[in-house]
Design a protein around this ligand. Structure first.
Ligand SMILES: C[S@@+](CC[C@H](N)C(=O)[O-])C[C@H]1O[C@@H](n2cnc3c(N)ncnc32)[C@H](O)[C@@H]1O
Length: 219
């Protein structure tokens, strides 16, 4: 696995169980597999993709909740946006935010190559500046951008989430380092997890899936 931190993602779950879970989970579509292969060939940071366990969880939650309008914070090469688009009905919409020019280009290329591209709209820029400009309510929000800004994304995005809507947040265990934070990102994620757990506007479950995923429901 290629790296995006000093080391590869530490598996929270036993490695054999993680592999077994992946094997027994619905695989990605052929289109998404091709996207992973081309992202892998072009970039070193392939493990920024949220991966099939999280991707299938997003798809399940979207289908079960009947979400139609989705906000994604952190597009990268478009993996999770495309996974979510596959779960949306034809009239569904995903607005995805990305500030890195290279990733914007790659994501747009992947969206063009993809059957459901009409459902995905990429907004280019810093999410912290773009979120306050967004109009209308969202049924579902996926947070997966800069870990130091999770608290701001949550505070900015929660008012845009409809009552009963879901917010999914990736990497909340950060290799398990949130238990004893020694760097800024681990500390920020620990503070974020504490903040969510004390916010009476929401209920949430933190799942030790891959690098940790929290599912938050707005009451
Ligand atoms: C972990 S990757 C997203 C992976 C993607 N959700 C997936 O599963 O395929 C995080 C992305 O967030 C972007 N990002 C970080 N901070 C951002 C910000 N403030 N505004 C917009 N994009 C940001 C990074 O450039 C990177 O592409």
């Amino acid at each position: 696995m290629k790296k995006h931190r000093d080391t590869s993602i530490v598996q929270i779950t036993d490695a054999n169980i993680e592999e077994y879970a992946r094997e027994m989970t619905t695989p990605e579509s052929e289109g998404v597999k091709a996207l992973i292969a081309s992202s892998d060939a072009e970039l070193e940071y392939i493990d920024m993709l949220s991966g099939n366990l999280v991707g299938q969880m997003l798809k399940m939650l979207i289908k079960i909740s009947g979400a139609k309008r989705i906000l994604e914070i952190g597009t990268f090469t478009g993996y999770s946006a495309i996974m979510m688009a596959e779960a949306l009905p034809d009239e569904g919409e995903i607005i995805t935010l990305e500030m890195n020019l290279r990733y914007q280009k790659l994501a747009c290329k992947h969206f063009r190559e993809f059957d459901h591209q009409n459902k995905i709209k990429l907004l280019e820029g810093n999410a912290r500046e773009l979120i306050p400009e967004l109009k209308g309510e969202f049924d579902f929000i996926f947070i997966d951008a800069d870990k130091l800004s999770y608290e701001s994304y949550f505070k900015q995005a929660l008012p845009l989430l409809k009552q009963g809507g879901l917010m999914v947040v990736d990497n909340v265990l950060w290799d398990g380092t949130v238990l004893d934070p020694e760097d800024q990102k681990a500390q920020a994620l620990h503070e974020f997890n504490k903040m969510v757990s004390q916010d009476s506007r929401v209920e949430q479950v933190l799942l030790p899936v891959r690098d940790g995923v929290t599912i938050i429901r707005k009451k």
